[in-house]
Design a protein around this ligand. Structure first.
Ligand SMILES: Cc1cc2nc3c(=O)[nH]c(=O)nc-3n(C[C@H](O)[C@H](O)[C@H](O)COP(=O)(O)OP(=O)(O)OC[C@H]3O[C@@H](n4cnc5c(N)ncnc54)[C@H](O)[C@@H]3O)c2cc1C
Length: 425
């Protein structure tokens, strides 16, 4: 049934996920759909009063949780259209980054960066400004050159970098339309080596983060020292020297969470390999069916990295008991209106929490309070409790996005309860 109680216009699909990957969100939709053509999707949208898309379900909050119709676009015919002249690839929104990456590599191309997990869908990741790490790399949304979306009235809208307000449409929180295709910038394929180094002094954090193509630092807030540095460096660069920044080399592969088996992680120990088998921490072939964890993440100005980390020292004793691991990364600035990296080179503090919402939420609030002086912008796909007015004040183009939302979706077809809280009508 649609939100109005009318019969649904597309086949109700048994294989649309009923809950997110982490299991902390059970989707409240009245009907689930898996259209097999764009026309079928357009009819579905035109006939629904409330509808949302779900990607691979790897978000941790309810921005995408509608009480109307929930639709997966995974049944649409897959498209991968490489335009070598423009240096761009156009793909169906539901495609997983890992599948796209494999294809691009066989054609001699790459994406500049990837997130830690290759299983996420392109449209879902872009909608929340998902990112990897690297001081000179923007988030995944910053590579978007064009979008095709089904808007609230069922029309098909194509936009690109020349379109007015394009910078507002890319990180769209799934609220501007259902994204059927995404065009991304590509670069020539390249090789990386991954080295894990142990026990970094905090004083060396900035130098470590800027030391290679993509660097992640893992810590557990049990010690002021930083447990691991994952350096993903261009394969033709020399390996870090034995005494690099006072660290020692890991002598066996590691998992970011202490004690977890490393066999599902991408190869380490300096073994060269293609970009898509080194940038994500986890292998595409390994698909965890569900995650026993929650995640939060905050972007602050990169210049504030050391101070932001130090600001959490007072609450480290609260963080550590509910934390599996924390990851520190960098992302380059962009111009996208709702990107957490909007006009800010960023230092990003990530927290993988235990799967206990009641225990985690008070700690999230403490973390946000300590980070507040640095105007933290939370990851749109993760757990946060920021006051809506404070959040709005951290984005110079927030009001412009709100206006765009009203313009493209005047009747609230793509609105959800959480979206209404952060972007009131
Ligand atoms: C194990 C794990 C590791 C992660 N690692 C990282 C990381 O390294 N970096 C990082 O930044 N984040 C990371 N994340 C977070 C994740 O990348 C984001 O939550 C991302 O949005 C997930 O993509 P998805 O396809 O699962 O989207 P979903 O969770 O399914 O949806 C996210 C949002 O996008 C909307 N949406 C989905 N598809 C469409 C569409 N076709 N059209 C319009 N709107 C759509 C949904 O309505 C929803 O609002 C990780 C998450 C997990 C579980």
């Amino acid at each position: 049934m649609t939100a109005q109680g009318q019969p649904a216009r597309s086949t109700t699909a048994a294989d649309v996920p009923r809950r997110n990957w982490a299991g902390n969100v059970r989707y409240a939709a009245r009907a689930f759909h898996r259209p097999t053509s764009v026309d079928e999707l357009r009819r579905l949208v035109a006939g629904s009063t409330r509808i949302r898309a779900v990607g691979s379900g790897h978000s941790f909050n309810r921005f995408g949780d509608t009480d109307g119709d929930l639709v997966t676009l995974a049944g649409l015919p897959p498209v991968v259209d490489l335009d070598r002249e423009r240096g761009q690839v156009t793909v169906t929104g539901a495609m997983r980054y890992g599948d796209l990456a494999r294809h691009l590599h066989t054609q001699g191309y790459a994406l500049a960066n990837l997130a830690s997990l290759p299983h996420i869908s392109v449209a879902g990741a872009v909608a929340t400004a998902t990112h990897g790490s690297g001081q000179t790399h923007g988030n995944l949304a910053s590579a978007v050159a064009g979008l095709e979306l089904v808007t609230a009235d069922g029309d098909l809208l194509r936009v690109d970098r020349d379109t007015d307000a394009f910078a507002g449409m890319v990180v769209g929180l799934g609220a501007l339309g259902l994204v059927t295709r995404v065009t991304l910038d590509v670069v020539p394929t390249f090789e990386l080596r991954q080295y894990v180094r142990l026990d970094l002094d905090r004083e060396a954090l900035n130098e470590a983060l800027g030391s290679a193509y993509s660097v992640s630092v893992f810590t557990d807030f049990r010690s002021p020292r930083l447990r691991e540095v994952w350096r993903k460096q261009l394969a033709d660069q020399p390996p870090p020297p034995a005494d690099w920044l006072g660290t020692t080399a890991a002598d066996a592969p590691r998992h970011p969470v202490l004690g977890m088996p490393a066999e599902n992680c991408t190869p380490q120990l300096g073994e060269p390999g293609p970009w898509h088998e080194r940038l994500p921490h986890f292998k595409l072939g390994f698909t965890p069916s569900s995650g026993d964890e929650l995640q939060s993440e905050y972007h602050v100005p990169r210049t504030a990295a050391a101070d932001a980390l130090a600001a959490l020292d007072d609450v480290a004793h609260l963080i550590a008991p509910v934390l599996l691991v924390s990851e520190l990364r960098t992302v380059a600035a962009d111009e996208l209106w709702l990107s957490p990296n909007h006009q800010r080179d960023s230092f990003v503090l990530h927290f993988t929490w235990v799967a206990d919402t009641a225990a985690v939420l008070p700690v999230v609030a403490e973390v946000e309070e300590r980070l507040a002086p640095f105007a933290p912008r939370p990851h749109w796909g993760k757990v946060f409790v920021t006051d809506p007015e404070e959040l709005a004040a951290r984005y110079p183009r927030y009001a412009d996005f709100a206006a765009l939302l009203r313009h493209l979706d005047p009747t609230g077809t793509f609105r959800t309860e959480l979206l209404d809280r952060y972007l009131p009508r």
